[in-house]
Design a protein around this ligand. Structure first.
Ligand code: F0G
Length: 449
């Protein structure tokens, strides 16, 4: 049961099929370019799309908007320290600016930064500063139908051999692994990675966007953690690292925001200087005091077990419904999204013809549902230095915004995708008509073949 009820409602945009056909063509068959007012159910992202609570909204009125060292800044720093256990905290306006600041300071030309999976902005920020982002996702992830619980992890042997060969200033773990079908990472693995890196004096940083969902999945799936509370699991997770960056637009239950948090005071000073140049004062990170207050409560509410249970169950129920209609989906389901296997859905469309992008546009035309094409292979060929190193699946991510949609919305989503699945043979691919220099998938344009 959802542990909240609706107080303010927002009408859903309803459109005709003809309107959607026209909008999709105008958007160059890139769902990112659709005007949101033409989207009925928006599963493009779980980022910045949460519904905030009445407590968050009311706390925003009480915020302190002083330019430096506001009361809200102190609330924010105290809460981040309490939850994650790191001494030094820098607010930033969203995740990628934290990445940019961190990599600007720690990455030198030719450095290698391993991870279980870099998000697109993480990868591009590493490349931008002359580094090489190396994804070392475990081979277990490449079986999309196995029920293995922690398929979001790194391959430890590959990590060991990379550490022998290359200069590594920092290693990353993304929890949960958004680019690895939203799969979680176990505490056993976090400990092993941490010990390996400590032996070589290499810091471990977490990309912590979905840390609460990862902790919930540890509690539900990892032996020995069934009786631990979520805050205890969070504490233990971060105790094995040296710092983290986080987009608070996900598990911060906020519409904007992020932070960098770490143990090393010298590194903090360097990050702070660069932050002043591009974000704002280091006590606000480009945000208003009210944004900081919303995040403080977001960090409290996201750790509530009733919330996390409803959240993850909603994702899993959607996955089960799709499975019942025969739709190919990545298993097991993670914490924030269900991933359709586009390669199995439309096997007759080759990766060069953008099956994920095409399928996402068909799902929109069928029922006004916006999803995220995660067409790794098609893009990897074009993306530059390292991104082709790991083949992965053509996928469509159905990311579920937090506290926004009901079960009846999810029934509708499953029904629409089931209809597209029934007429899958008639779907053809796309060709690229605008190929931007980087972060291509956000703004590329296509035409139907
Ligand atoms: N890391 C991960 C794992 C992410 O999923 C994202 C954003 C970022 C970093 C960057 O954070 O957007 O606040 O700058 N992911 C969104 C998504 C956009 O749809 O998955 P940001």
């Amino acid at each position: 049961m959802l542990p909240y009820k609706t107080k303010i409602c927002e009408p859903l945009p309803l459109t005709s099929r003809e309107e959607r056909e026209m909008e999709m063509a105008k958007a160059g068959y890139n769902v990112y370019s659709l005007p949101a007012e033409t989207v009925t159910i928006d599963l493009l992202s779980d980022s910045g799309t949460s519904a905030m609570s009445q407590e968050q909204w009311s706390r925003m009125i009480l915020a302190d908007e002083s330019i430096t060292y506001s009361r809200s800044y102190f609330h924010f720093v105290e809460k981040v320290k309490e939850v994650f256990g790191y001494e030094y905290v820098l607010p930033v306006h969203q995740g990628r600016s934290g990445e940019h600041i961190l990599f600007k300071v720690v990455v030198n030309e030719g450095d290698h930064l391993p991870s279980n999976g870099h998000y697109a902005t993480t990868q591009e920020n590493i490349h931008f500063h002359g580094g090489v982002a190396v994804s070392l996702l475990t081979q277990r992830a490449f079986d999309p139908h196995s029920q293995d619980s922690f398929k979001g992890e790194m391959d430890l042997d590959s990590l060991k051999s990379l550490l022998e060969k290359e200069r590594v200033p920092l290693s990353l773990l993304t929890i949960t692994n958004n680019d690895g079908a939203g799969q979680p990472v176990s505490l056993k693995h976090i400990r092993e990675v941490s010990k390996l890196l400590r032996g070589k004096r290499i810091p471990l940083f977490f990309d912590a966007c979905r840390f609460a969902e990862n902790s919930f999945l540890i509690q539900k799936k990892e032996k020995g953690y069934e009786k631990k509370t979520i805050p205890e699991i969070v504490k233990e997770t971060f105790s094995w690292g040296d710092g983290c960056f986080m987009s608070m637009k996900k598990d911060g239950l906020s519409n904007v925001g992020g932070f960098l948090a770490l143990k090393d005071g010298d590194l903090y000073e360097k990050l702070r200087s660069f932050l002043l140049l591009i974000e704002g004062f280091h006590t606000e990170g480009g945000m208003a005091g009210r944004d900081l207050e919303a995040m403080v409560l977001g960090l409290e509410e996201v750790l509530e077990e009733t919330y996390l249970t409803a959240r993850v169950e909603q994702v899993h129920r959607l996955g089960e419904r799709l499975l019942r209609s025969g739709v190919p989906v990545y298993q097991p389901f993670g914490g924030h999204a269900v991933y359709l296997l586009a390669g199995e859905f439309v096997p007759h469309i080759s990766p060069e013809e953008f099956p994920s992008e095409m399928l996402a546009s068909e799902i929109y035309v069928e029922g006004g549902i916006r999803t995220l094409p995660d067409g790794i292979k098609g893009w990897n060929k074009r993306n530059g230095p390292d991104s082709g190193s790991q083949p992965f699946f053509e996928m469509i991510r159905l990311a579920i915004p937090r506290r926004v949609y009901s079960e009846s919305h999810m029934d509708y989503v499953a029904e629409v995708i089931g209809r597209v699945y029934k007429r899958k043979e008639s779907i053809r691919g796309l060709c690229l008509t605008y190929d931007p220099p980087f972060l291509k998938h956000y703004i590329a344009r296509f035409e139907r073949i």
